[in-house]
Design a protein around this ligand. Structure first.
Ligand code: COI
Length: 439
């Protein structure tokens, strides 16, 4: 490719001291899409600066509930326009973040795809006209849904790109970049899904169907024990998900650990059900798997214990297993399991994982077809094909950590080496913490 094939926008980017990034992205896109994206970049770049200079208007879970609780048409339209104007600001911050990456990182497989998806979404949002009526809101919700679907491959693509970039980025820089990308993505999806759900609820209330257990995506009295049971049942149905890549598979008995739930088993608190389900699902899956591997010939597998404690400010869930602990020759400290850098977590560059990531990131269904969007699969009748194992792409724990910390909670892994693991999940019960997104 010669310089003359670059677009004015990319030249402009190059003047902004970003030539290598722009060139790398251009190369990755290929000739056809380049044409489309070139024009896009030219007109959007100044806009990008404008939007990136604005601060995100962060919200608390409580604000989301209070605003959505007494919905009327005016509030619904206000919600639509908040999402319409807020999402491009949040996307612009991440586009600037990606532009600041070194050349060698941007050239990695997966990253250009994400960059292009974000450019396109940013451009569509900033051009989207003001929403003024219920009919326009319906169209806006369809627009949001199509973008949510279009972005279903973002996480495996990002993860692939960052894993391949690992040799070129210091672990702290890599992990903080990935964290910003993931938290920001969660925040955008929450706002979009929340608005779609509020709109749906509002319309069905007008049709005479009242809703009482949730406001948008937030369940006002989310029952923790039920979440544990829901995830346990789902995992029992999909034993092969836990087993399928274990070499010892054929020797292992076909039974399961019992999951014992104790403590404050009637705990309820306001939270996003899909987030809680996601975390619990990942933690239980890891515990089931570790216990099975540690005790391949046991008559009865040791139980997994889930203890729920309802405190004044936090709901704590401890999941204890006897799966042997977390440390391996590749993992020196439990928190390294949250890292995307191969320096901290050598499994990041394993061929099998990179292969699985390539498969998922090129699938049209993307994440919705994998374990990583169990949030939508756990309860749905149109859940992904139950006979196909979910590929192990190694982002369940880091994503759980991000979900846990998004509204000010925490996830702590304690390995009792040789015996088992205790995981402590703490989620704020008052919903007064702002979203944990960074600029
Ligand atoms: C994402 O999923 O990455 C998004 O940014 C979704 C948003 C465009 C609705």
């Amino acid at each position: 490719m010669t310089w003359s094939t670059f677009t004015p926008a990319l030249r402009m980017l190059s003047r902004c001291a970003l030539p290598s990034t722009a060139r790398a992205i251009c190369r990755r896109l290929g000739p056809t899409r380049r044409g489309v994206s070139n024009a896009l970049h030219f007109y959007s770049n100044k806009q990008l600066e404008l939007y990136a200079s604005k601060e995100a208007k962060r919200l608390t879970l409580r604000q989301l509930v209070f605003f959505g609780r007494s919905m009327n048409e005016e509030r619904l339209i206000t919600s639509a326009n908040y999402v319409r104007t807020e999402l491009p600001v949040r996307i612009a911050h991440r586009l600037r973040d990606m532009q600041a990456l070194p050349y060698v990182v941007v050239t990695q497989e997966g990253l250009a795809k994400v960059y292009e998806l974000y450019w396109s979404a940013f451009d569509k949002f900033r051009r989207y006209p003001q929403v003024a009526t219920r009919t326009e809101n319906e169209a806006f919700c369809k627009f949001l849904r199509s973008l949510l679907d279009e972005h279903s491959t973002v996480i495996p693509n990002l993860s692939l790109g960052l894993s391949l970039s690992s040799p070129y980025l210091a672990p702290d820089r890599l992990d903080s970049f990935m964290r910003r990308m993931l938290v920001s993505r969660i925040s955008r999806r929450v706002l979009a899904e929340h608005h779609i759900a509020l709109s749906k609820d509002y319309e069905s209330r007008r049709d005479g169907n009242p809703h009482s257990d949730h406001v948008g995506v937030i369940y006002t009295g989310l029952n923790v024990r039920e979440s544990i049971e829901r995830c346990t049942n789902y995992l029992r149905d999909r034993a092969f998900d836990v087993d399928h890549d274990m070499p010892e598979h054929s020797n292992i008995r076909a039974d399961w650990s019992e999951v014992v739930v104790d403590g404050h088993t009637d705990t309820q608190f306001p939270y996003i059900k899909e987030h809680l389900d996601y975390i619990i699902f990942e933690l239980l899956k890891n515990s089931f798997r570790a216990t099975r591997i540690k005790h391949p010939h046991a008559e009865t597998l040791p139980p997994i214990r889930a203890t729920i404690v309802s405190g004044e400010n936090f709901v704590t869930i401890r999941i204890s297993d006897q799966g042997g602990g977390l440390l391996t020759p590749q993992i020196k400290s439990p928190s390294d399991l949250f890292s995307f850098s191969h320096v901290r977590n050598a499994t990041r560059m394993e061929h099998s994982r990179l292969g699985a990531l390539r498969t998922v990131s090129s699938s049209t269904k993307g994440m919705t077809a994998t374990v990583h969007e169990q949030l939508y699969a756990v309860n749905r009748v149109d859940a992904p094909d139950r006979s196909t194992p979910h590929p192990r792409i190694g982002i369940g724990l880091p994503m759980s950590n991000i979900y846990a910390t998004y509204f000010g909670g925490s996830l702590e892994l304690v390995s009792m080496d040789g015996f088992g693991t205790d995981v402590y999940l703490r989620l704020p019960r008052l919903g007064t913490n702002l979203e944990g997104i960074e600029l």
